[in-house]
Design a protein around this ligand. Structure first.
Ligand SMILES: [Zn+2]
Length: 111
């Protein structure tokens, strides 16, 4: 596993900064939404949400928080942009669309 701090192929330093900003914003937004749902869950009537709906939304926000945190960790340790399965560079276009992507296109099709 590489320990380089260079951006992945096809991603310059400015794009890397934008991707980091997107990941940090995603982390913050979903943390705020999870906090809000936690408050609703404690209110009588759950703020209008059904308990199952609240659980599903909470799980979604937890997954987004974990994915963003994991991608930020990979940026810090220099493995961001490398496929977790085959260790090849993830295309820059895929990273722009899915900043927390951890698999290249062929490996995304694997189970
Ligand atoms: Zn791959």
């Amino acid at each position: 596993m590489s320990t380089t701090l260079r951006p992945p192929a096809g991603v310059d330093a400015a794009a890397m900064g934008l991707l980091r900003d997107m990941l940090e914003e995603n982390f913050a937004v979903h943390t705020a939404q999870l906090t809000e749902l936690t408050v609703y869950g404690r209110m009588p009537g759950h703020g209008g949400y059904g308990p199952l709906t609240l659980d599903e939304w909470a799980a979604h926000h937890r997954r987004e928080i974990a994915d963003s945190a994991d991608a930020l960790r990979r940026m810090a340790d220099g493995t961001y942009g490398l496929c977790r399965i085959c260790h090849r560079a993830i295309p820059a276009g895929l990273l722009r669309a899915v900043p927390h992507a951890e698999r290249c296109v062929p490996c995304r099709r694997l189970p």
